[in-house]
Ligand binder design. Structure first.
Ligand SMILES: Nc1nc2c(c(=O)[nH]1)N[C@H]1C(S)=C(S)[C@@H](COP(=O)(O)OP(=O)(O)OC[C@H]3O[C@@H](n4cnc5c(=O)[nH]c(N)nc54)[C@H](O)[C@@H]3O)O[C@H]1N2
Ligand SMILES: Nc1nc2c(c(=O)[nH]1)N[C@H]1C(S)=C(S)[C@@H](COP(=O)(O)OP(=O)(O)OC[C@H]3O[C@@H](n4cnc5c(=O)[nH]c(N)nc54)[C@H](O)[C@@H]3O)O[C@H]1N2
Ligand SMILES: [Mo]
Length: 771
């Protein structure tokens, strides 16, 4: 058996459905944070750890990429879910060689991801030899030689794939991509391929840089903030404080979401007296309950209304100077707007005319507009076009490169943006590769490598010999779980650099290695000197992070050390790259970075400044656009949306309030009032009835899609139906339990991101389900 059971043996059984919460945070959030901390770390370690979170001289929260407020950090710059992320990492529980001796792989494969991660921190490098039933301990030397031998046995460097998850520091990411390119491959898929790739693609085409253009002060001074396809109360809780501040400054906030997410409705800041008693602050002034996949239509509808307003009172709506001097593609886009069919916009969004008209009027009248978004927009078949359309709306009003306005893709992993800056990308531009080659005297390959989906395809074809992952949980994060498991099984060696046990340690190649690494919270001492790493947040601020806890085992290595030692084992000691010097002193790595990557001049000095430093962003800084046209491009994509086929539903897969991506912290999705079990599907009450079902019934969820040889299906069994406030025709289920339903080849156009937010499904009553 090489795949996990569909229903893990340890999964709790009963779903408890309560009420949807109408506010986020408040006292329960603090209580949950402390309880989870104390369970995992004990009281003293909890207090010590949380005191260092997001402070200068402390560590960057491994939770999300929301920036710290510059200048005045609050004493407790963390949130409930940041505290849970820390508790998960700083736990005192450990997974030792005895654990692996007691649990054969066949046993571990029946466990849930929750159970696996609850076992604690990994302590030893472990090896699963071909044909073995158990992992056994190995020395670091042995482990490195096993990998080096396998890499040297390849016919071509492209038989190796190097995955990265977005927690990896700048320094580790830089040496890791240098290792892959020294070896001769650009096969560097990363979690970003499944996350904000659509944002990067759309923004690069539109404004010449794939990053957001706003800072925290911009948000705080905006007069209109649109939050589309994002659930900040759960996934970026510190953003709520920024929104609250914006609100007190007079901003109007609009939430665009199929679900009434608690965090967008009301916020009780537990760090203010008014958040402890009282109802908290109403955050979203307007909630547009949009149909899944309807955002492009909404933005286009708004732009059409802006055009009508402009026609009626010329010179009052469009920023003509900006459009004339700085933009390209304006006329073709305006022509497209002329042909908009408002009935189609209403059908696509499920919203009424007056609602869209109100928002268009607000966009027309506001002087400082920020558009924030996350996975609800990016993980769509037309994700790139949707984001481009949102940017069009801003460009018509000249809302990029001025204070209080701009684009704000809210990143996920705490350093996912930095990893990309460091070169974790299967198609880095020639300028970067040339600078890297000149700095190190290597010859980086120029052929583009595999992204996540392409890497899985290559494994399926048997073209990948070695798969290595720098963090993350590839098998559970990737789409089409069964296909991805089978793909990994075709590799000769799978290597996971990890802090905690997860599903990817049991979905192995013929042989497998687990290399235990230090995490953000851990002290990283090399030759007696404490090393620091750096990260880049969602707003391009680069700052230091230094762990302070004693690692769970003396055998843990830093990610930088792991890569540099592996490089020495692979290339020998007379390689042009100074791997040993970099491993001994991370300042050496930063010096290299300062000469290779634009914006990092004097890296070592500037990163030690209070609050770090901000990377250049030409559109934000000087309204310059490094696109093909040298201008900001208005894109004219054909209108796309997601119709619901007869008798089917559109499934979006999302996060509960009690998880970090594939790491499940617990079974309490508190704000949505769903507790006890995650195998649920949220459906509109009328759709439940229309399907001949009753809330509480157990169903199989079957996804339907076109395969290369005709229609195909995927199935997960025994999910409980929960009545939920979602638009008709839409449904929601938790990631990663629903990942087996997301087809590998259902990807966003251009960005190749799996479409985790719009899968066509049908429901079938589970055979032999309990009543
Ligand atoms: N505590 C915690 N924090 C996290 C994470 C975590 O798992 N736990 N994950 C981190 C990572 S890597 C990321 S990328 C971010 C993810 O942050 P989010 O993007 O907020 O995460 P999701 O749970 O995927 O939520 C997507 C939201 O989009 C909405 N949505 C779905 N489809 C559509 C649509 O078609 N249109 C619109 N307008 N909305 C839609 C959903 O209802 C949901 O509210 O969070 C980061 N922070
Ligand atoms: N269906 C569906 N699929 C999705 C999504 C979705 O919304 N729906 N979201 C996608 C998104 S946005 C993302 S970003 C990906 C996430 O994909 P990944 O980044 O691959 O997944 P994570 O769950 O964040 O990885 C968790 C693991 O990272 C390891 N880890 C944690 N900290 C460290 C560390 O400091 N060092 C090392 N070496 N390892 C560490 C631990 O072993 C832990 O088990 O999933 C994607 N998949
Ligand atoms: Mo993400």
């Amino acid at each position: 058996m090489n795949h996990r059971e569909t229903t893990p043996v340890d999964e709790p059984a009963d779903v408890h459905v309560g009420h949807i919460k109408t506010y986020a945070a408040g006292v329960p959030a603090v209580a949950v944070a402390l309880r989870r901390g104390i369970e995992q770390m004990g009281t003293v370690r909890t207090a010590r750890t949380l005191a260092k979170l997001n402070q200068r001289n402390g560590f960057d929260c491994p939770g999300c990429a929301w920036p710290e407020t510059p200048g005045h950090r609050k004493h407790a710059e963390f949130c409930e879910n940041g505290a849970k992320a820390v508790a998960e990492e700083a736990t005192r529980r450990v997974v030792t060689p005895e654990f692996f001796a007691a649990h054969p792989l066949d046993d571990l494969r029946t466990r849930s991801g929750y159970w696996l991660s609850q076992q604690g921190r990994l302590t030893h490098p472990m090896y699963l030899a071909p044909g073995d039933t158990h992992y056994r301990p190995v020395s670091w030397d042995e482990a490195n030689h096993i990998i080096a031998d396998e890499l040297r046995a390849m016919d071509h460097p492209d038989q190796a794939v190097f995955y990265t998850s977005g927690r990896t520091s700048n320094e580790a990411a830089f040496v890791y991509q240098l290792f892959a390119r020294s070896l001769g491959t650009n096969n560097m898929p990363d979690c970003s391929n499944m996350c904000h790739e659509s944002s990067g693609t759309a923004l690069t085409e539109a404004i010449g840089i794939g990053k957001g253009s706003v800072s925290v002060p911009d948000l705080e001074t905006a007069d209109l903030i649109i939050v589309a396809g994002q659930n900040p109360g759960t996934n970026h809780p510190r953003m709520l404080s920024t929104l609250e501040k914006a609100k007190r400054g007079g901003a109007h906030i609009v939430a665009i979401n199929p679900l009434p997410e608690a965090g967008l409705m009301r916020f009780k800041d537990p760090q203010r007296p008014s958040g402890v008693v009282g109802d908290g602050v109403r955050l979203a002034d307007d909630f547009l309950q949009i149909r899944v996949g309807g955002d492009m239509a909404l933005f286009r509808g708004i732009c059409r209304m802006l055009l009508d307003d402009e026609d009626q009172s010329p010179g009052t709506v469009f920023d003509h100077d900006f459009l004339r001097d700085k933009c390209a593609g304006v006329q073709s886009y305006l022509d497209l707007l002329g042909a908009v069919d408002i009935d189609e916009i209403l059908a696509a969004t499920g919203l009424d005319h007056a609602t869209i008209r109100d928002l268009a009027t607000r966009v027309a009248r506001s002087q400082r507009v920020v558009l924030c978004w996350a996975m609800g927009l990016t993980q769509q078949r037309h994700g790139v076009a949707t984001i481009a359309e949102g940017v069009n709306m801003l460009l018509l009003r000249g809302m990029i490169g001025k204070p209080g306005a701009g684009v704000c893709p809210v990143r996920g992993h705490s350093n996912v943006q930095g990893d990309r800056t460091m070169g974790i990308y299967e198609k880095m531009p020639e300028t970067f590769l040339a600078a890297l080659d000149a700095e190190f005297g290597i010859a980086s390959p120029r052929a583009h490598g595999h992204d996540t989906v392409a890497a899985i395809d290559a494994m399926v074809r048997g073209e990948v010999r070695v798969f290595m992952a720098m963090g993350g949980n590839f098998v559970a994060a990737a789409p089409d779980t069964r296909v991805t498991e089978a793909a990994l099984a075709r590799c000769r060696l799978t290597v996971q650099v990890s802090t905690k046990l997860n599903e990817s340690h049991v979905a192995t190649g013929t042989a497998a290695l687990i290399l235990p690494s230090l995490g953000r919270t851990d002290k990283d001492i090399v030759d007696g000197v404490a090393q620091q790493v750096s990260v880049e947040d969602s707003m391009s601020v680069v700052h230091l992070s230094r762990g302070s806890l004693t690692p769970s085992s003396p055998l843990l290595h830093s990610e930088v050390g792991i890569v540099c030692d592996l490089a020495t084992a692979t290339f020998g000691t007379d390689h042009p790259v100074d791997w040993t010097a970099m491993a001994r002193d991370y300042d050496v790595i930063r010096d290299h970075i300062s000469r290779v990557i634009p914006g990092f001049t004097d890296f070592n000095t500037r990163v030690r400044a209070k609050d770090g430093f901000v990377l250049p962003h030409p559109p934000r800084d000087s309204r310059e656009f490094a696109t093909g046209t040298g201008r900001a491009n208005l894109a004219a994509h054909p209108l796309r949306w997601v119709p619901v086929p007869e008798g089917r539903l559109i499934l979006q897969t999302l996060r509960s309030h009690d998880q970090y991506n594939t790491t499940v912290y617990g079974h309490d999705d508190r704000y949505r009032g769903i507790k006890g079990n995650r195998r649920v599907i949220m459906v509109h009450p009328d759709d439940i009835a229309a399907h001949g079902l009753t809330a509480g019934d157990h169903v199989d969820i079957v996804s339907e899609f076109a395969g290369p040889d005709g229609p195909e299906e995927r199935r997960v069994t025994d999910f409980e139906v929960v009545a939920y406030d979602t638009p008709r025709g839409n449904a929601a289920g938790y990631y990663p339990e629903t990942n087996p339903l997301v087809p590998l080849h259902l990807v966003a156009e251009e960005s190749n991101t799996p479409v985790s937010k719009a899968v066509v499904i049908r429901l079938e009553r589970t055979a032999n389900a309990p009543d």
